[in-house]
Design a binder for this molecule. Structure first.
Ligand code: FAD
Ligand code: NAI
Length: 467
């Protein structure tokens, strides 16, 4: 094999692409990964999951130091914010992790090719970077991810009108931040800046927040966030935004029609969703099929409509989540290696890293009702959990939905402290097809927050012990 000939060329070095490349190399494939960003890790590590979690953690500590320490008898004097240093911690974390992937590539003998990849047909990928080169491959995996969904008449300048990328890098705390979209990004980044001192208003097109999330959990989230100081304007359609020296003026109208209104802000965050990113990849010339939303259409082996071309992650159908992209990348290359892996789309967890956190897996009540499935509900508040009370964070609940006839767990929805960690016992239980009784009869250590999961499982059969 010549230097530029590979078994697999992966285009895109995000969670889907870099994980696939490492696994492919481990399986003996000569593998290259093409990435144009200049660093590996994709949206997730560079401008998504990781920087947002660094700021969520720092801002939560700031909030606790200001408002919760005193209640526990800890006096720290006046608490001050050093935003530059906070941003520096975020950047150091990101740099460490992205460089870590370069190390993993070396360790696993993946060739890292810096530059923009364009598919040329016949298994060729032209890469333009510092120099232009053509790679040849038996198989090509597209993992080019997603980009911010634009909003007509709202031009993102990443200074006054920002996407999540700009909102992760504001040089000072805005006095007033307006967020367009009450989805995951809107709530996470709205939370960060509210904790750091901004007045935050979230404008949402629908008459509810977090569409797709279990309704009861979404309502509880809205109530708790309102108590924390975030304002919600629901059922409002943003029709435009104008940036000037004095700030941004947002125009909106009721989603159901009516008179236009304006809203002033120092910074506006546009967070109305993301769309698959395939620009300039050469897919049209190759005849790679896309759906109405611009996603690459793949079969269950992640093969596109063109032989030898595969795709995973945000660029195909399904939730836009890093762990979903990673699992697809691994499954795709294991299939190419002749193995028989599987991916269970019914047990992909989703976590919103606000405080309290929101974590969910499987079907919501609304989905079960729509499908005509009969189910039992077990719901227990964290207020009934000894550890939550000792920790001083008792808001939220665990809700388990189990099939009425078989008792099989169909969905778990949690809002509460560390919900994103707690959910994993439920994910594993569902992966193994557990009933709620299986969870209820599993010994849970005391005192832990997870005991609320056991109590909710007991509640499915109406036999709680501690609530
Ligand atoms: P990406 O991560 O988008 O990577 C694709 C890569 O391909 C990019 O680096 C891009 O530069 C490169 N590329 C594109 N075209 C080319 C080309 N022609 N040649 C070379 N390279 C190319 N998900 C979670 O699960 N948990 C979270 O907490 C979370 N937080 C998030 C926070 C924010 C603010 C955002 C925006 C997203 C968040 N996500 C989170 C979503 C997560 O980032 C994505 O689901 C994930 O990154 C998708 O991985 P991917 O590999 O499909 O694509
Ligand atoms: P989203 O799809 O979660 O939410 C977008 C919201 O904007 C929706 O509520 C929608 O109704 C609303 N909206 C759409 N058009 C509007 C308009 N014109 N005016 C007002 N509201 C409007 O999208 P978001 O928050 O941008 O996140 C994108 C993706 O990134 C998500 O799909 C998510 O999977 C991923 N992500 C995941 C995170 C996590 O796992 N913790 C964190 C951040 C992002």
């Amino acid at each position: 094999m010549s230097d530029n000939t590979f078994d697999l060329v992966v285009v895109g070095g995000g969670p889907g692409g870099y994980t696939a490349a490492i696994r492919a190399a481990q399986l003996g494939m000569k593998t290259a990964c093409v990435e144009k960003r200049g660093t590996l890790g994709g949206v997730c590590l560079n401008i998504g999951c990781i920087p947002s979690k660094a700021l969520l953690q720092s801002s939560e500590l700031f909030e606790e130091a200001q408002h919760s320490f005193a209640e526990r008898g800890i006096s720290v004097g006046s608490v001050k914010l050093d935003l530059k240093k906070m941003m520096g911690q975020k950047e150091t974390t990101v740099a460490g992790l992205t460089q870590g992937i370069e190390f993993l590539f070396k360790k696993n003998k993946v060739t890292y090719v810096k530059g923009t990849g364009v598919l040329q047909g016949g298994g060729r990928v032209e890469v333009s970077g510092e120099q232009t080169q053509t790679l040849k491959a038996k198989n090509i995996l597209i993992a080019t991810g997603s980009e911010v969904m634009p909003l007509p008449n709202v031009e993102i300048d990443e200074k006054q009108i920002v996407s999540s990328t700009g909102a992760l890098d504001l040089p000072k705390v805005p006095k007033k931040l307006v967020v367009i979209g009450a989805g995951v990004i809107g709530l996470e980044l709205g939370t960060v800046w509210r904790r750091l001192g901004a007045e935050v208003t979230v404008v949402e097109f629908l008459d509810r927040i977090l569409p797709g999330t279990d309704n009861e959990v979404a309502k509880a989230t809205q109530r708790i966030m309102k108590k924390q100081g975030i304002e919600f304007l629901l059922g409002k359609k943003v029709t435009g935004a104008k940036a000037a020296k004095t700030g941004v003026t947002l125009t909106m109208e009721p989603a159901k029609g009516g008179d236009a209104e304006t809203l002033k802000a120092d910074v506006v965050l546009v967070a109305i969703g993301r769309r698959p990113y395939t620009e300039g990849l050469g897919l049209e010339d190759l005849g790679v099929e896309k759906d109405h939303a611009g996603r690459i259409v793949v079969d269950k082996n992640f093969k596109s409509s063109v032989d030898g071309v595969y795709a995973v992650g945000d660029v195909i159908e399904g939730p836009m989540l890093a762990h979903k992209a990673e699992d697809e990348g691994v499954v795709c290359v294991e299939m190419l290696a002749g193995q028989k892996p599987h991916i269970n789309y019914d047990t992909i967890p989703g976590v919103i890293y606000t405080w309290p956190e929101v974590a969910t897996v499987g079907k919501t009540e609304e989905q079960l009702k729509e499908a005509g499935v009969e189910y039992n509900v077990g719901k227990v508040p964290f207020m009934a959990n000894a550890r939550a009370r000792a920790n001083g964070f008792t808001e939220g609940f665990v809700k388990i939905l189990a099939d009425k006839k078989t008792d099989k767990v169909l969905g778990v929805h949690i809002i509460g402290p560390d919900a994103g960690t707690i959910i994993h016992e439920c994910v594993l239980a569902m992966e193994f097809g557990a009933s709620s009784e299986d969870i209820a009869r599993t010994c849970h250590a005391h005192p832990t927050l997870n005991e609320t999961v056991k109590e909710a499982a007991l509640a499915v059969a109406g036999r709680t012990l501690n609530s």
